[in-house]
Design a protein around this ligand. Structure first.
Ligand code: ADP
Ligand code: MG
Length: 630
């Protein structure tokens, strides 16, 4: 029989499994039991759909057998089983998300920790075994096969005898050494406590023969001293009642955390747990989790949102997307409803009225939990927002702002005066008496926004500025239009109305006097700017770029970075600070040296672009122009 090699990635994982020292070797049992339970789920679900398999829910179980003499531990299930091809495909390569995720994160994290804390799948068997055999008979097939592997050398598959459908995995445990104890996995008591710890919620009985002791009949009476005899009895080790069916007082925080980590492949505890149930128009129980950190793929196209959907305790869908709105797509968890029929199809579910009602309720519940977290535990909310704030801001913009009202009080922005993230309500509560607008500036970072020349005039008035740094921010605010009837105003927009009447009058006159100069400058910049104007906002800097109209320069950057987006240009205005010495120089040149004025204009324009973080058109030309002045 030919020995086949594992695929490369599998080999690497195996190497890690075998050669590192693990603190949590015991998790192999959780992995194998979960696989057995999955296999039963698959067959049970099939039975429901076909109605033909003649199986009863009560027929299913998982069994653990210990054989101390031969140093084997066997985990058997009567689930769906595997064909010869399944054995090769499923156990010869890493097909599973758990192991793949482990591999991805492994570069970054201390590997011991990771293996200790989340799913690593079938391969974990090799942490404790020299050799593993998997005997399996696929449901409905007459043939059974045995898969054998002693680790990195590869694996073999051969035909074997097996009476019933399902899978039986036998681990030939390693010999204990001074540092490592493998014998513990041959002790029934130890195994039973591991099952309680990790697999208590498995919905099928996990049975094992337990040694027990009892009073010998006829002893322990007045006449006869007590004598004991030992006997064996098959026991069900797990309580099976799903955690969400238990009363709240029975479930500890740690129970929720363990459940979450096991079920949703996270190695961190959830940030927040929501448990809710309703009766009436729709009867359901929901157990929801907000993760502490986004999953690796959360902000990618590959990510699929959804909650697990159970009908009366039986899982009918792994990821029901319809149960979660996009803006709360980070929520994980499950919904169990007795109103849903077991063999409802995906298509039918989409039109299911009950499901819509449940989804609506869940959305409200998540929103209200977040709101109270924001009010009562700001530190936790800040953590949440760091992970998922982006998604909420997308949500405000998405679908033409359909959900903006639900989300506007949940989003935070960085405040120039508070130096931390604040809500819009907090901003408005601090607005100055004469302040009309909610001011914001956009840039790559908070520092860059505050360094913008345009920020000076606003800050000088004592007004707070919201600093936006995520691409979506400005779009989200534009979608909102106003908050508590206050309009939003970009500090770079041309009509930033900050001057007193007197100042305005003076400025008007100055502008008229220098109309020729400004027109000359505009013309020399050709179509790069719409106008050159006297600035009403600059304090220290000589020039800046502002924009007329709806599209600001930040939005221009974002829109133009989109692969399919049309090229869009904001209407730029070059603003000149009349109080800056450069202005006098310009005025002087206007009288006598057109060429030099052109040169200055060009340089100032480029300078303004640089400050704004916009690309200058010809850097070499810019550099040589500056040199020509020196
Ligand atoms: P995961 O469970 O995350 O998919 P594993 O590494 O634990 O990954 O298992 C790999 C695959 O092997 C499973 O997806 C399943 O197809 C198959 N498998 C493992 N154990 C069993 C079993 N007891 N019965 C049937 N199939 C199994
Ligand atoms: Mg698994």
């Amino acid at each position: 029989m030919a020995v086949k090699q594992f695929k490369t990635e599998s080999k690497r994982i195996l190497d890690l499994m075998i050669h590192s020292i693990y603190t949590h070797k015991e998790i192999f049992i959780r992995e194998l039991v979960s696989n057995a339970s999955d296999a039963i789920d698959k067959l049970y679900y099939k039975a429901l759909n076909d109605g033909s398999t003649g199986l009863d829910r009560n027929d299913f179980y998982i069994q653990i057998d210990l054989d101390a003499e031969n140093r084997t531990l066997t985990i058997s299930d009567n689930g769906i089983g595997m064909t010869k091809e399944d054995l090769e495909n499923n156990l010869g390569v890493i097909a599973n998300s758990g192991s793949l995720k482990f591999k991805n994160e492994n570069d970054k994290k201390d590997e011991i920790d990771i293996i200790g804390q989340f799913g690593v799948g079938f391969y974990s068997a090799f942490m404790v075994s020299d050799t593993v055999t998997v005997e399996s008979k696929a449901f409905g097939s007459d043939e059974a096969y045995r898969w054998t592997s002693s680790g990195a050398d590869g694996y073999e598959v051969e035909a074997c005898e097996k009476e019933t459908h399902g899978t039986s995995i036998t681990l030939y445990l390693k010999e204990s050494s001074e540092d490592e104890n493998y014998d513990e996995f041959l002790q029934a008591y130890r195994i039973s406590s591991l099952i309680k710890k990790y697999s208590d919620y498995i919905r099928y009985p996990i049975k094992m023969e337990m040694q027990k002791s009892r009073l010998k009949e006829g002893t322990g009476t007045e006449e006869k001293e007590a004598e004991y005899e030992s006997y064996t009895e098959v026991e069900t080790l797990n309580s099976m009642v799903p955690i969400w069916k238990k009363s709240k007082s029975e479930v500890s925080e740690e129970d929720y955390n363990n459940f979450y980590k096991e079920k949703f492949m996270d190695w961190q505890n959830p940030l927040h747990v929501i448990r809710t149930s309703t009766e009436g128009a729709a009867t359901y129980e929901a157990l929801l989790f907000i993760p502490e950190k986004p999953a690796m793929d959360y902000y990618s196209k590959e990510f699929e949102k959804g909650l697990q959907l159970y009908a009366s305790g039986v899982m009918i869908m792994e990821k029901c997307a319809d149960l979660l709105p996009d803006h709360f797509s980070f929520v994980k968890g499950l919904v169990d409803s007795q109103d849903l029929s077991l063999n409802i199809s995906r298509e039918m579910l989409q039109h299911d009225r009950q499901l819509k009602i449940i989804a609506g309720r869940i959305e409200k519940k998540i929103a209200s939990d977040l709101k109270s977290m924001l009010q009562n535990d700001r530190e936790k909310y800040d953590k949440f927002f760091e992970s998922f704030g982006l998604q909420l801001k997308f949500g405000m913009y998405d679908q033409y702002g359909m959900h903006k009202d639900e989300l506007k009080d949940l989003v935070l922005f960085y405040s120039s005066t508070e130096k931390k993230l604040v809500t819009l309500a907090e901003y408005v509560s601090r607005m100055k008496e004469d302040q009309q607008y909610i001011y914001y500036g956009a840039g790559e970072s908070y520092e860059k926004v505050l360094q913008l020349p345009q920020a000076d005039a606003v800050s000088e008035k004592g007004y707070e500025i919201l600093c936006l740094k995520d691409n979506i921010d400005e779009f989200a605010l534009k979608m909102l239009r106003t908050y508590e009837e206050k309009e939003f105003k970009n500090i770079s927009s041309a009509d930033l109305d900050l001057q007193s009447d007197e100042e305005k009058e003076q400025a008007e006159k100055l502008a008229q006097d220098n109309e020729g100069l400004f027109n000359f400058m505009r013309d020399s910049l050709q179509d790069k700017v719409k106008a050159v104007r006297l600035s009403k906002r600059l304090k220290k800097h000589p020039v800046c770029i502002s924009t007329d109209g709806e599209i600001t320069t930040e939005m221009e950057k974002v829109l133009n970075a989109m692969p399919t987006g049309e090229k869009i240009k904001a209407e730029r205005v070059l603003e000149i600070n009349a109080a800056h010495p450069v202005f006098e120089a310009l005025q002087a040149l206007y009288e006598k040296d057109d060429e030099k004025l052109k040169l200055y204009t060009e340089i100032l324009y480029n300078e303004a672009l640089l400050i704004e973080g916009l690309p200058i058109e010809d850097a070499v030309d810019f550099a040589s122009k500056i040199c020509s002045l020196m």
